[in-house]
Structures are given as structure tokens and as C-alpha cells.
Ligand binder design. Sequence first.
Ligand code: SF4
Ligand code: SF4
Length: 80
Amino acid sequence: MAVEFDYDDEYCTGCMACVQACKDFYDLPCGNNFRTVTVTEAFKGDGTLEVTFKSRCQNPCKNHVCVPACPISLITVKKE
Ligand code: SF4
Ligand code: SF4
């Protein structure tokens, strides 16, 4: 059965701790990540810049060391 996560991107700070934990665990080479954090910048109606972050893993694994790595517990295991 595939692992599924819940993730609350409203509060993601883009700290990359989840990405780094996975990278360290799997000893991935430079430029190769299983998890990525995308950054979106958009101007709101009042002219202020809004920056949002989204953390995603395309092929979730059962080790999910990314989950405890998040300092504000945004990633949780939904199903495994
Ligand atoms: S679920 Fe597994 S492969 Fe995906 S980011 Fe977390 S540790 Fe890496
Ligand atoms: S999900 Fe958590 S660990 Fe990953 S970038 Fe967002 S705040 Fe940081």
C-alpha cells in the first residue's frame, strides 16, 4: 500500500529541513532530491508581495524521515 501524507502548506516556512533529512538519509548526490520545496511569489491586491512554499515528495517511502524533521510538524502520515 502506498504511503500518503497530510501536509498543511499554509504555514510552511520553506526551511527545507524535510528535504535535507531525506537527502541525508538516502545519501543523495548534489542536485538530486526525492522531496522538493517550490516557492511561489505573487503580488496581492494591496501591492504587498506574498511568498508561499509547498513541500512535495513524488514517491513517498515508508521511512519518511521527512515527517519528524519538520520543526512545526506540518507533514503527518495519513496512510501506510
Ligand atoms: S517520504 Fe521518503 S522519499 Fe519522500 S521525502 Fe520523505 S523520506 Fe524522502
Ligand atoms: S514542510 Fe516543514 S520542514 Fe519542510 S520546508 Fe515546510 S516548514 Fe520546513
